[in-house]
Design a protein around this ligand. Structure first.
Ligand code: UD1
Length: 343
């Protein structure tokens, strides 16, 4: 298939581009590089052994997006599917700047969906998040739980899902997959691409990795009095390579089935506590990770992990990489790129 990948230079997008190319799909990337480095592209080309067309603009710019799709069709490379990653994703920032989050994350999806309808492009895979299960969901989380959110970032995911549900009803030829990611971590086994937060990391794994490599002094563990195995928060960490494989499986499934809207959790189904992840990273890196226990982070929940049965059954996809693999691959990337991608 000819696949347009928005946010294809980002963390999850870049890993997915390699999986698409390896499976023989043709890829065109659109990314505005607001949270990605141009170096990603040369690294991807080196790993893929081929040139990758990249267009640098904001997908919310519907005229530019429409022109690109028109041009590709005129060149005999009509877009047949879109994987839409491009979005802002920092929870704290979304609380401080909700309007920027709603404008960016809703504007991008509206432009993508509208251009798809104009050009009759049927297949859409959308980056959603387990954040749509809100604060009180029972674990393991199944796809039929009600959706809600605790912050503007989370609401943009809930709202985008609704936009796409409505579009799939009105245009029944659309084939939409909503992929609800749990906690993506890890890096490509080459150590050439990985997660490169532009600011102080909000998320646990990149923070641990930066402590291990000496960029930060110690980890703050947000609370040790949750009702979990050791009192620290439990999450379903999923290797980004397994997650990328999940996108390929979802895309190929929707292209072969007549279902307008599909929702799949992408997680391992296993929970790991903060302190368990710290111990696993220490083992993988041979470095000590100093930490202190601090107050709970507002908005955090005790436990979040997937029931991945639906994706396993329908897609024939399952995660194959362990927490040890996630730590080893994160460490390889972090050691080879202590300051992230070169500017
Ligand atoms: C967070 C977001 C979620 C978003 C996801 C991916 C919040 C409340 N949730 O998920 O909406 O979809 O990232 O970007 O921000 N922790 C520490 N110390 C740290 C960082 C984290 O102890 O420095 C703990 C947290 O309390 C949590 C676990 O580590 O128990 C995982 O945190 P994080 O990596 O931020 O992911 P989520 O909170 O699950």
């Amino acid at each position: 298939m000819h696949v347009l990948v928005t946010g294809g230079a980002g963390y999850i997008g870049s890993h997915t581009v390699l999986h698409l190319l390896a499976a023989g799909h043709e890829v065109v990337v659109v990314d505005d590089f607001s949270n990605a480095r141009p170096t990603v592209v040369s690294r991807l080309e080196e790993l893929a052994g081929q040139a990758i067309p990249v267009h640098s603009f904001d997908v919310a710019d519907i005229d530019k997006l429409d022109s690109l799709v028109t041009e590709l069709a005129a060149e005999g490379r009509p877009v047949e599917a879109v994987i839409h990653f491009a979005a802002f994703k920092a929870v704290g920032e979304s609380v401080a700047e909700p309007l920027a989050y709603y404008r960016n994350n809703l504007g991008a999806t509206l432009a993508v969906a509208e251009v798809m309808v104009r050009h009759a492009i049927p297949h859409l895979v959308f980056s959603s998040s387990a954040t749509v299960y809100g604060a009180d969901a029972p674990v393991p989380m199944t796809e039929d739980l009600p959706t809600s959110a605790t912050n503007p970032y989370g609401w943009t995911k809930v709202m985008n899902e609704q936009v796409l549900r409505d579009a799939a009803v009105a245009h029944p030829w659309l084939r939409v997959a909503l992929l609800r990611y749990f906690n993506p971590v890890g890096a490509h086994p080459s150590g050439r691409i990985g997660e490169d937060p532009s600011e102080v990391p909000n998320n646990l794994m990149p923070y641990i990795a930066q402590v291990a490599v000496g960029r930060r002094e110690q980890l703050s563990v947000f609370g040790d009095d949750y009702d979990t195995v050791d009192g620290t928060g439990v999450r379903d960490y999923i290797h980004v390579e397994d997650l990328a494989a999940g996108h390929l499986a979802a895309l190929e499934w929707i292209a072969g089935h007549d279902r307008a809207l599909s929702v799949w959790n992408l997680g391992t189904g296993r929970g790991t506590s903060v302190l368990e992840l710290v111990a696993a990273f220490e083992a993988a890196s041979g470095r000590e990770i100093p930490y202190q226990i601090v107050e709970r982070r507002p908005g955090d929940i005790a436990s979040s992990y997937a029931d991945p049965t639906r994706a396993q059954t329908e897609l024939g996809w399952r995660t194959v990489r362990s927490v040890e693999d996630m730590c080893a691959d994160t460490w390889r990337w972090q050691q080879a790129n202590p300051e992230g991608y070169p500017a």
